[in-house]
Design a protein around this ligand. Structure first.
Ligand code: HEC
Ligand code: HEC
Length: 501
């Protein structure tokens, strides 16, 4: 192992999602909110609209403390988690982008200062100076997005950087521009929705209608621009990673469905606010804001999931193994003799190759997949890890290491034989054997579906096939005869032909 692993039984992915989602919400709020604040203040002062000015003041009281406190804390949280989760990929990012981060933190510091002075300066500063501070706040917040966007998009589309290693090739990568437009538009939409929710509390009915409508215009512009930029962004993504999402991983695919559905709901809500601002009562506007967060969250969930198995596409895997390492490790071994070690090879392999994405039996657990199986099977599965549904990196190491990890995992899994488990739970044994020994690589009606292979065969032929099919990436059948026969019947039933009974 190149890095020590702090193994405390939590799912890093879950923490990352938690910090990440809150952090991106807040940081996009800061950008969109900044613009909405300065535009609304300017307009209110020009038209002498006291109600609108009071509204902007209420809004500013929220933005400053939230973006500062929550934004900064979750930002630090993200650094902690990525350092634990994937120190190698974090290293690649730091070595490539350290100055970009320095610049971003400078913008963040300016943003914080301007936000505090803006929120505190309503009664103390002349209007022009106050407006100017608002602009400083917005521009600094947006510039920090301009910088961070280069690093975030680099992870999916490092582009020419992989051959040149040049900062600008990595920074201004193929998805930089669409993502910047997309995120700016998302910021506007969120700010519009939030503004409408705050405006719904304005005491004067006439002002309330005016303010809701104004924010709905901002939101609608944000939504339309987001959807257009999303199509542009998706077109710039590598087709092979995108294609695998729908078939292999259910969660990102569902997240994309949720993104589409919530886009429609948001469009309807914004039209309602525009056409009938009176209907924008507090609960309705708060619900619209919540839908907006789900919409944005599902986009982020899809984006993160679809990038698997990579941390930086084509460069470092999600478990910190560099792209060219497995080929070399197949000859020389994964664990360097002088590397860090816990003294237990199986555990070292688990920590250095699986732990970033899995726990043993908590978040995204692996042990259930090996329950009732054996070491031969587990070693075979490891050889075909990258062909499984889960979009995983290939196993890295020599055969002896594969066997060591397999033995380590099977020793910790539930050893109850499948026939006993099936009897106890009243499950069909054939279906259970299929789930444990085939179903993680072959999904009915989905990823690598092989039902057709058994169509029209006799039961004896299926039994033979089960015994004989095996190659590098698929383990030979190593279950008992009872399990094999039950599996054969199950396969025939599913194939819909032959001698099913
Ligand atoms: C880049 C992240 C990542 C890495 C690294 C990784 N996995 Fe996975 N693994 C996944 C995902 C995602 C799934 C699918 C989870 C789902 O959708 O149910 C999965 C699924 C599995 C499954 C099937 C689980 C089930 O119940 O269907 C097994 C077994 C498994 N992984 C074992 C391993 C082992 C062993 C290693 C280390 C050698 C490893 N994985 C490394 C992401 C990863
Ligand atoms: C670790 C993953 C893995 C497991 C477990 C696995 N397979 Fe496969 N299987 C594969 C891969 C990869 C292929 C090749 C896919 C392709 O390119 O057609 C394959 C191919 C097949 C084929 C087509 C063979 C051919 O000659 O065309 C059949 C049939 C099949 N598997 C059945 C099964 C059955 C039944 C089980 C459970 C006993 C099983 N597989 C378990 C990965 C797996």
């Amino acid at each position: 192992m190149d890095h020590p692993v702090w193994d405390v039984g939590v799912g890093y992915g879950l923490w990352m999602a938690l910090f990440g989602v809150v952090h991106v919400f807040v940081s996009h709020f800061a950008v969109g909110g900044g613009l909405v604040l300065v535009l609304a203040e300017r307009r209110a002062r020009r038209t002498g609209d006291a109600a609108a000015l009071a509204h902007v003041r209420r809004l500013s009281g929220f933005f400053a403390p939230t973006t500062l406190v929550v934004g900064a804390l979750t930002g630090v949280g993200i650094w902690f988690i990525i350092g634990l989760l994937n120190p190698s990929a974090t290293g690649v990012l730091i070595r490539t982008f350290v100055w970009a981060w320095a610049v971003e933190w400078t913008f963040f510091a300016v943003e914080i200062l301007a936000a505090i002075l803006y929120a505190k300066g309503w009664d103390r500063l002349p209007p022009r100076a106050h407006e100017a501070l608002g602009w400083v706040y917005f521009v600094a917040a947006w510039l920090s997005l301009v910088v961070i966007n280069g690093i975030v998009t680099f992870m999916w589309t490092p582009g020419a950087w992989t051959t040149t290693g040049s900062f600008w090739d990595g920074f201004l990568n193929p998805t930089y521009a669409p993502s910047l437009v997309l995120r700016t538009a998302i910021s506007l939409l969120l700010a519009g929705l939030f503004g409408a929710a705050v405006a719904a509390r304005a005491p004067d009915a006439e002002a309330r209608r005016r303010l809701v409508r104004g924010h709905a215009v901002v939101g609608a512009v944000g939504l339309l621009a987001s959807l257009a930029a999303f199509l542009w962004y998706r077109a710039a993504l590598p087709a092979d990673l995108l294609a695998a999402v729908g078939e292999r991983l259910t969660i990102p695919a569902r997240a994309l469905d949720a993104f589409h559905a919530t886009s429609v709901v948001l469009g309807a809500a914004l039209l309602l606010f525009l056409a009938l601002p009176r209907a924008a009562r507090r609960p309705v506007t708060v619900a619209a804001l919540a839908v907006g967060l789900v919409w944005f969250g599902s986009f982020e969930w899809w984006r993160e999931g679809a990038r698997k198995p990579w941390a930086v596409a084509g460069v470092v895997y999600g478990n910190g193994v560099h792209a060219d390492h497995p080929a070399a490790a197949a000859k020389t071994g994964h664990l360097a003799p002088d590397g860090l070690s816990t003294g237990d090879r199986g555990r070292d392999l688990w920590l250095s190759q699986c732990r970033a994405c899995h726990t043993l039996d908590g978040y995204n657990p692996v042990l259930p997949a090996f329950a009732g199986t054996d070491e031969t099977f587990a070693a075979g599965v490891l050889a075909g890890l990258h062909t499984m549904r889960g979009k995983m990196p290939p196993f890295s190491g020599v055969e002896a290491e594969r066997k060591a990890l397999a033995a380590w995992l099977v020793a910790r899994a539930d050893r109850t034989p499948l026939p006993e488990r099936a009897r106890r739970s009243g499950e069909d044994l054939g279906a259970l054997v299929y789930a444990q020994r085939c179903g993680r690589c072959h999904v009915d009606g989905g990823w690598n579906d092989k039902r057709k292979s058994f169509e029209g065969l006799e039961e004896a032929d299926v039994r033979d096939a089960i015994e004989s099919i095996s190659f590098d990436e698929m383990p030979a059948f190593s279950g008992t005869t009872e399990e094999r026969d039950a599996l054969a019947r199950h396969l025939l039933r599913r194939a819909g032909g032959g001698g099913a009974k």
